[in-house]
Design a protein around this ligand. Sequence first.
Ligand SMILES: O=C(O)C[C@H]1C=CC(=O)O1
Length: 96
Amino acid sequence: MLFHVEMTVNLPHDLPKDQADRLKATEKAQAQELQRSGKWRHLWRVAGQYANVSVFDVSGAGELHEILSGLPLFPFMQIEVKALCRHPSAIADDGA
Ligand SMILES: O=C(O)C[C@H]1C=CC(=O)O1
């Protein structure tokens, strides 16, 4: 199943810089591993915001929740999820 996910990050202003840098580095490694696995299909920065729009390809909402709640930045993110299905006019054969 494909899911459109928008994550907006709000790090506390008083979070020490070294702690924030560590969280971001761990998050990056995990995000890149999930992209390599094919589960995190698209990752786009929302221009002008500390936010991303992503597409996940997972077995269902349960797996998506497991992945999202396991992200190091999860406690600092506002997340919106939309389930996707194939559009009847779509010509791309991308497994949706
Ligand atoms: O920067 C972000 O949008 C938050 C998060 C998502 C992937 C990643 O590396 O960090």
